[in-house]
Design a protein around this ligand. Structure first.
Ligand code: B3K
Ligand code: ZN
Length: 844
């Protein structure tokens, strides 16, 4: 496979003035007629003419009306063209019904839909399929379906046809088409300047009762973007379509967002609080792309974080504004440490802006998205809120309608603030998570913090230079008062000290408040200090972080030293649980056990090969001890967090239910699951029903409820995904692989549906002790299914290979078992480019 390099970028020799597409829809032989106005690109002298095209049957090609015979390969087509404006016309035939890769035009339950990002448009017609070629599209669809949709505004329609025109020039990856028997849940929105917009959420018949929440989330997003970023919507319609077979969450096609149905459909009976929050965030994310991604797009795919990092940052600001900001921040950091740190500290480590790739779909990663968002957050902390707004305004004013780079993005900050961001740019070019070590000194009334930064080598990057790291620090006095408000220290050197004068006594530092930079902070601390911070820190994130450090240390001591559950930790939690002034969601997060993979990563960093079974055993013992220690408080707090009245997916209710779930989980350790069984039986919403099922499965009970759940929900695909996943995710280690294997034989298991495949195989990989069970059964089961799925759906297969990315953390036996599977996958004949690249990188 060929490797593509950022440094090799050159513009295309031609610009596209307009594109006219006609689709004659047929399941196995859809005809796509294109008429494209090309003109020489004055920015380059290179006039070679190559159009991408894959899996297309060329029927005819013409230049200015004259038939030609271009050279066609598996990748595309080339031919001689005039060195002057010309009209290009082709007719091609494609087979959507046999498209199981779910890229390009494909069929899902009888409906046609498209997924073009990153390079799927080339499976629809011959085209310069690169984001820096932007054009105005007009699309005509001929087909018998009642709903025929494309980007932009509707022009006209008749029986069995519809025409759409998108006035905003866009790259081909934002093209979309949908056709099918769909129902619309409709509403309207009036923009800040008084423009009327029709909003539609299209779903399959039967799903119309699950649209209301998504529609409200869309309107909230539209208002928020006007108010916070000054961004107004720019078409007469905004359409969203829910699709059951989809490789990822959703896609921001201009005016026609396509969503995985799991990321848009919601109802109290079928969706949990977490589902509601996630749906709200994804709808916002895709909507926000209209400006950060669509109006201003990426020059090339190396710049992916330009749109993704910024849009993730925007959607987390949105969720923080609508819900609890501290809870959102804590959850984001848990997620970052779980997924991005694992990636950044293993064989798949790559910079936020990668410098090479074989298959770009393999770079839609936690690093590009979540670390990309953290980088924007750091930039905002460094320049301040007002300067951030000014720079972003300039970005929109200067680059609207353009395909941009990270350099363009940083330049608006340099121009508005006068700062030199050369060193800051290392966040985009250097892979790996910086370690920041802190020591402190207290001499003659001066308190000094000394920070030392270093980043371990990552693939292809043996040497790392120091980065600019914003470190938010506050100081607390002995009674818990803040003696120094939060200050943003800028660490720029490999090692640097910061002093604080005028203090009457040695303070307790609160460092890296709000998790001000995506680094690993190394600092010697005591249980007493952590308990103090958990009780008093004025920064909610660090308050949680202190509890999290206690929680992790207590478990690590059990694992490494065979210690008993730590009394200080148990005591601190007892105080926390009794503190009714604290937000229930916050308390739930402190009570949430650190994830097994987070513990494994920390063990590995401290030169202990993690033993997944030992991590599991320690966590079980801790849960049992915690339940006994908190026994008196559990029933009271369980009752106090039971939300009365009909279910509402609001933040306050969800926050109470988070703590309610923690209480039930602990209660189940004491009553053998009686309370959970009762809750399961009486639940009138999925949050409570699913929580009860999870509590039961986690103590290896609930067979009866599991079956009842199946009969109640077997006709609801999305709830069935939960059913498949829960049984695997919460299985005990020795049973996990067998349960997953049995479920793959279930009549409702369908490997072609990515949600169902991920429900079983994703849950298998997430069940840490089960996946890494020393039998090796889970490793070989996952490999079997990756090998089966690869010829059908390379994208989903490649993504799931990352389950193996942490393999070098583990002991020699497990490494040997995993190596066998990696070799076996690598040796599979005709393995896709996607999976080949992933396995090669992981094996290195
Ligand atoms: N931009 C899409 C992701 C496309 C993934 C292609 N493999 C969704 C999003 O980030 O909003
Ligand atoms: Zn995105």
């Amino acid at each position: 496979p060929t490797t593509i390099y950022l440094k090799d970028y050159t513009p295309f020799g031609y610009v596209v003035d307009s594109v006219h597409l006609t689709f004659d829809l047929e399941p196995h032989s859809t005809r796509v007629t294109s008429r494209i106005a090309f003109a020489p690109n004055t920015e380059t002298t290179d006039r070679s003419f190559f159009l991408h095209g894959e899996q297309l049957k060329l029927i005819s090609a013409k230049i200015d009306g004259i038939a030609i015979s271009p050279t066609v390969t598996e990748q595309g087509l080339s031919c001689d063209v005039p060195n002057a404006p010309f009209t290009w016309e082709t007719v091609v035939e494609i087979d959507p019904a046999n498209n199981t890769a779910l890229e390009g035009l494909y069929m899902s339950n009888g409906m046609y839909c498209t997924q073009c990002e990153a390079e799927g448009f080339r499976k629809i017609t011959f085209y310069p399929d690169r984001p820096d070629v932007m054009a105005v599209f007009t699309v005509r669809i001929n087909g018998p379906h009642p709903v025929l949709l494309s980007n932009g505004n509707p022009v006209d329609a008749g029986p069995h046809w519809a025409e759409w025109h998108d006035p905003w020039p866009k790259p081909a990856y934002l093209f979309a088409l949908v056709a099918g028997e769909l129902l619309a849940h409709s509403s309207t929105f009036t923009t800040v300047s008084g423009k009327h917009v029709d909003l539609n959420l299209y779903v399959r018949p039967g799903d119309e009762g699950k649209c209301a929440f998504g529609m409200e989330a869309l309107k909230k997003s539209m208002i928020w973007d006007e108010q916070v970023y000054g961004r107004e919507y720019d078409l007469d319609v905004f359409n969203i379509v829910a699709v059951d077979d989809f490789n990822m969450g959703a896609m921001e096609n201009k005016g026609l967002n396509v969503f995985n149905s799991s990321c848009v459909l919601a109802s109290p009976e079928t969706s949990t609080d977490d589902n509601f929050e996630r749906i709200e965030a994804i709808i916002a994310h895709e909507y926000f792309h209209n400006w950060t991604g669509n109006r201003i797009t990426c020059r090339d795919w190396f710049q992916l974080c330009l749109k993704e990092g910024l849009t993730v940052f925007r959607d987390s600001q949105f969720t923080s504004d609508l819900r609890s900001a501290p809870v959102k921040r804590i959850r984001d950091v848990i997620d970052l440490r779980g997924r991005q740190f694992a990636e950044d500290n293993g064989p798949l480590s790559h910079p936020v802006r990668p410098e090479s790739f074989q298959e770009i779909n393999n770079f839609y990663t936690a690093t590009v998205y979540e670390k990309g968002a953290e980088v924007i957050g750091m930039l905002k902390r460094l320049v301040g809120d007002a300067a951030y707004c000014e720079a972003v305004d300039l970005y929109f004013a200067r680059h609207d309608g353009q395909a941009c780079t990270i350099e363009d993005w940083l330049k608006v900050f340099e121009d508005t603030t006068g700062r030199d961001l050369t060193q800051f740019k290392r966040w985009y070019s250097q892979a790996g998570t910086p370690r920041v070590n802190v020591t402190e000194d207290w001499t003659d009334g001066t308190y000094t913090l000394t920070f030392t930064q270093s980043t371990p080598a990552t693939p292809g990057q043996p040497h790392k230079d120091p980065r600019v790291i914003p470190i938010a620090v506050g100081l607390l006095g002995s009674n818990g008062d803040e003696v120094r408000k939060t200050e943003m220290l800028e660490l720029t050197e490999a090692s640097q000290s910061f002093s604080f004068d005028g203090l009457s006594s040695r303070p307790t530092p609160s460092i890296l408040r709000e998790f001000s930079a995506p680094v690993i902070l190394e600092r010697d601390s005591t249980n007493a200090e952590r308990a103090f911070l958990l009780a008093h820190d004025t920064d909610p994130f660090n308050r949680w972080e202190a509890g999290n450090a206690l929680a992790k240390d207590a478990r690590l001591n059990m694992i490494i030293k065979g210690a008993a559950p730590d009394a200080d930790y148990l005591d601190a939690l007892q105080k926390l649980v009794r503190d009714d002034d604290l937000d229930p969601g916050f308390r739930a997060l402190v009570l949430q056990p650190p994830s097994a993979s987070d513990l494994a990563q920390t063990l590995f960093e401290n030169e202990h090969a993690p033993d997944p079974q030992a991590i599991y055993d320690a966590s079980e013992t801790m849960a049992q001890t915690l339940a006994q220690t908190l026994a008196d408080s559990l029933p009271r707090l369980y009752a106090a967090t039971t939300v009365e009245g009909p279910y509402q997916p609001d933040a306050v209710g969800a926050s109470n239910r988070m703590l309610n779930f923690r209480m039930l989980a602990l209660l189940s350790r004491l009553d053998g699951g009686d309370q959970a069984a009762q809750q399961f039986a009486s639940a009138d919403n999925m949050t409570l029903q699913y929580a009860a099922l999870v509590c039961l499965l986690s103590i290896d009970k609930g067979a009866e409820q599991n079956q009842a759940f199946f009969y109640q929900w077997k006709d609801d695909r999305l709830v069935m995904d939960k059913w498949f996943a829960a049984q695997v995710a919460f299985a005990t280690p020795e049973k996990t692989a067998a349960i997953a294997a049995t479920l793959t034989q279930h009549p409702l298991f369908d490997m072609k549906n990515p949600n169902r495949f991920r429900a079983v195989m994703g849950a298998l990989a997430m069940n840490h002790a089960g996946f890494h069970h020393i039998s090796g059964d889970a490793y070989s089961l996952l490999a079997d299914w990756l090998i089966k799925l690869d010829p059908l759906n390379p994208q989903t297969t490649a993504r799931m290979c990352s389950a193996f990315q942490t393999w070098k953390r583990y002991d020699a036996d497990r490494q040997a078992l995993i190596k066998i599977q990696l070799d076996r996958i690598a040796a599979t004949p005709d393995l896709s480019r996607d999976t080949t690249e992933m396995i090669t990188r992981i094996r290195e």
